[in-house]
Each structure stands twice: as structure tokens, then as C-alpha cells.
Design a protein around this ligand. Structure first.
Ligand code: PLP
Length: 442
């Protein structure tokens, strides 16, 4: 591993300047921009293998971005790569049903019992967007209650108070969303049952659904407080609305299943949603999304029911093959335990080092994923995540990057361990963090 040499990235800079001429903002997703961490050229990666990237300047990095979640088995995992090559050889798109779609649907159903029926789409955004349409079709109501700071993709309705991406760039609510649509969304603080109850009392008979990330991944990693999801489900159903879980990040991240079936959240029967949106990991790194739920709810969807949703690329054979291969890897014994062990060592090491240098740092870790918040208070809701030191994060981010440690360029995003990270990666990262904290404390 090269140390301290990564700050000279002339090829990335050249490519960024070229990209700025042709691609808006030089990036194809605003979360890739370095705007929130002091600006300048993002690193252009050339290749990736396991837990490592190589950039266009030849520098090697340890990757904790994991492409914002999907790359849980590390890059170019041989089993997934083989599945993609095989799928490509068989033809990349048919526009007809395929057998493997059934296999992936069965796997999802077996791991997440609230899914009686599923439908594959191309992204988490599409999956979430359609769950709202289905809930509206089921209830004949139009409003959505969501939680501040939860990000549910970039469709109009859910971009209100939408967490990591927009917040990083200081865009509270996107332009281009008509007031008529924004007025359909009610936002309440995460983990705040009283606020939810009040919102349902006021608007209950107009509310089609309450949508939540059952374990939050978009203003750091945040667990629901005990009883929060139970009460959310009970209050929502009492109001005649549907519960939608956005498990685009959380499904298969913490165990072989979803947050709704995770043993740290007790009483699964009481927290089961009506609809679930999925994405990221279930495509093994290729574009995918899926939504599903109880049969009676899903039967609202065309061709059975009146709620229309379609997709030329949906159920893409390569994505489905990659997703199946990825889940096969994750099903192996010990996989999540190993990621958790490494994440614990890393998070504890960061915490101890920051403490030693007198730098307040709150780390929220859930198994193999965690978030670092430069503050001296707990982070249990969006307001607390906002009230953290973004400049300090930016400094930390750059000091790590210049030593070959790659994080997401946002104080709200998580660090993700993969099955490819090793003890040696953790050693290097902790040494780099020690160096960073020393400079930051000086
Ligand atoms: N829902 C959650 C919880 C997410 O974190 C994301 C993306 O980060 C999405 C939905 C949107 O997924 P996609 O980027 O695949 O459209």
C-alpha cells in the first residue's frame, strides 16, 4: 500500500475538467461530487478488485464506499463476475420473462416473509416510487408521511427533506417539484412516535402510507429506538394507511434478510410492513430494484390490477444473475460475522484514536456498517446528524483519501465493510486515521 502519495492526482484532475465540459457537474450522481468536502476533482477510478480501487493515476485505495452499499462481496467477486459473463453470453435482454427471475423472487421471499409477491425494476428509486403508487391505489388516498433525513431515491414525492444526497449539497428540497406534490408529503422526525401520532391524527384519513427506512442509512446509520417500529405499524394501520419499508440499503446488509427480519429488532410480527422496496445488494452491483408485499396489496399492480408500472429493462437477465450470485455468497456461514468483527475493530479503533486526540466523534455501528459523526452527542435523528462538524469531516475525509482510504464524500454517508476486507486493511486504515487525527488536533 502506497502511503501519503495519493494527493497528487493529475489524471483525475484532467479527466474531471474534461467531464465538466460534457457531463453536468462532471458527475453522474451528485453524491459523487466533492462539493461538500472542499470541492475539486473527485477521484476517477480505473479498476477495482476485492476491497481495493486503483485510480487513473495508479494509486491504490481501500474502499469503504462499496458503491454506496451494493458491493458487499467486494469488487469483481469471481462468483458474481462469472454469473455476469455467462448471462452476457446468453444475451443481455429479451423483453420476455426468464426462469432466473423466478429464482431471485423465491430467494427474496424465503428471506423476507412479508413478500408474498415481488416485481423487479431497475433502481431503488423506481421501487420506492411504485410502492407509493400501489399504496395510493389500495387506499384511494394521496398523502405520504415520511421521516426527515430518510432518502428514498429521487422521485418527486420523496425528495422532500430527503437526507444524505440533497442535504450534503445544502439542497433542503429539490427545485422542480410542484407545490401540489410537495403538499402531499408530511415529514416527521425519525424515532418520534408523538410527532407521528399527531400527524396521523391531523391528516390520517388522507394518508395512503407511512414510509420509513426501518434501519436508517441516510443520515448515518441509525437504529430505530425500541418500540418505534411497532408503534409506527400499529398507528399507521389504525389510520387505515399502509406501512412501506424502504430496505434499499438495509436488506442483506446486516444479515441474510432484511431489517424487518433482523434479530436485533424483536417481535417481527409487529413490525412487518405491507410493502417493501429493495435495491442495491440484490443486484450484486448491477442496476436493480424490486418491490413486494402482501398478495392483496400487490394484486393492485398491472396486469392484475389498475396500478400501472412497467419497464423495458426490468428483470434484466445480467442483473438478476448477479443478484442471485451475490446472495449465494452472502448465504455462506460466517460472512456477516466476519464483516462485523472487522467493522467493530475499525470503529472501536477510530473511536479510541479520536478520543486520544481530544476530537469528539460519535460512531453508530450496526454489524458491518457504521457512520462517523464529528460531535459529542448521540445521533438518533436527522437534526442530531445535521448538528455535527461538516468541516471537520471534510478534513478527515481528505486526509484519509490522501493516504489511500476511500470514503463517501459526505458526513451523512456510512462506511461499508465487505466480505473482501481483511485485518491488514483495518491496520492500514487505523494507521491512516491516527495520522489524520494527529494533524487535525494540532
Ligand atoms: N432508498 C434508499 C434507502 C437509498 O439509500 C437509495 C439510494 O441510495 C434509494 C432508495 C434510491 O436507490 P437508487 O439510487 O438505486 O435509485
Amino acid at each position: 500500500m502506497q502511503q501519503h502519495s495519493h494527493s497528487h492526482r493529475p489524471k483525475s484532475e484532467k479527466l474531471y475538467n474534461e467531464a465538466l465540459e460534457h457531463i453536468v457537474g462532471g458527475v453522474n450522481s451528485p453524491s459523487r461530487s466533492f462539493k461538500a468536502v472542499g470541492g475539486g476533482a473527485p477521484v476517477f477510478m480505473a479498476s477495482a478488485e476485492g476491497a481495493h480501487f486503483t485510480d487513473v493515476d495508479g494509486h491504490r485505495y481501500i474502499d469503504y464506499l462499496a458503491a454506496y452499499g451494493p458491493i458487499i462481496t467486494g469488487h469483481a467477486h469471481p462468483h458474481i463476475t462469472e454469473a455476469i459473463i455467462q448471462a452476457a453470453r446468453e444475451g443481455v435482454l429479451y423483453g420476455t420473462p426468464t426462469e432466473r427471475e423466478i429464482a431471485l423472487a423465491k430467494r427474496l421471499k424465503a428471506a423476507i416473509p412479508s413478500l408474498d409477491k415481488v416485481r423487479f425494476v431497475n433502481s431503488g428509486t423506481e421501487a420506492v416510487m411504485t410502492t407509493v403508487r400501489v399504496a395510493r391505489a389500495c387506499t384511494g388516498r394521496s398523502k405520504l408521511i415520511k421521516f426527515a433525513g430518510c432518502y428514498h431515491g429521487h422521485s418527486d414525492l420523496v425528495l422532500v427533506a430527503a437526507g444524505s444526497g440533497p442535504s450534503t449539497l445544502g439542497i433542503p428540497d429539490s427545485a422542480g417539484i410542484p407545490q401540489t406534490i410537495a403538499s402531499e408529503v408530511i415529514t416527521v422526525p425519525f424515532n418520534d412516535v408523538t410527532a407521528l401520532r399527531e400527524a396521523l391524527e391531523r391528516w390520517g384519513d388522507e394518508v395512503a402510507a407511512v414510509m420509513v427506512e426501518p434501519i436508517v442509512g441516510n443520515f448515518g446509520m441509525v437504529m430505530p429506538e425500541p418500540g418505534f417500529l411497532e408503534q409506527l405499524c400499529a398507528l399507521t394501520r389504525a389510520a387505515g394507511a399502509l406501512v412501506i419499508y424502504d430496505e434499499v440499503i438495509s436488506a442483506f446488509r446486516f444479515h441474510y434478510g432484511a431489517a424487518q427480519t433482523y434479530s436485533a429488532l424483536p417481535d417481527h410480527a409487529a413490525i412487518e410492513p405491507d410493502l417493501t422496496a429493495l435495491g442495491k445488494i440484490i443486484g450484486g452491483g448491477l442496476p436493480i430494484g424490486a418491490y413486494g408485499g402482501r398478495a392483496a396489496v400487490m394484486e393492485q399492480v398491472a396486469p392484475l390490477g389498475p396500478a400501472y408500472q412497467a419497464g423495458t429493462m426490468a428483470g434484466n437477465p445480467a442483473s438478476v444473475a448477479a443478484g442471485l450470485a451475490c446472495l449465494e455468497v452472502l448465504e455462506q456461514p460466517g460472512v456477516y460475522e466476519t464483516m462485523e468483527r472487522l467493522a467493530t475493530r475499525l470503529a472501536d479503533g477510530l473511536s479510541t484514536a479520536a478520543g486520544r486526540h481530544g476530537i469528539p466523534l460519535t460512531i453508530n455501528r450496526i454489524r458491518g456498517a457504521f457512520s462517523t459523526h464529528f460531535c459529542g452527542h448521540p445521533v438518533t435523528c436527522y437534526a442530531e446528524a445535521q448538528d455535527t462538524d461538516g468541516e471537520r469531516f471534510a478534513r478527515f475525509f481528505r486526509l484519509l483519501l490522501d493516504q489511500g482510504i476511500c470514503l463517501a464524500p459526505s458526513k451523512y454517508e456510512a462506511w461499508f465493510l465487505t466480505t473482501a476486507h481483511t485485518e491488514s486493511d483495518i491496520d492500514h486504515t487505523l494507521a491512516a486515521a491516527e495520522h489524520a487525527f494527529t494533524i487535525m488536533a494540532a
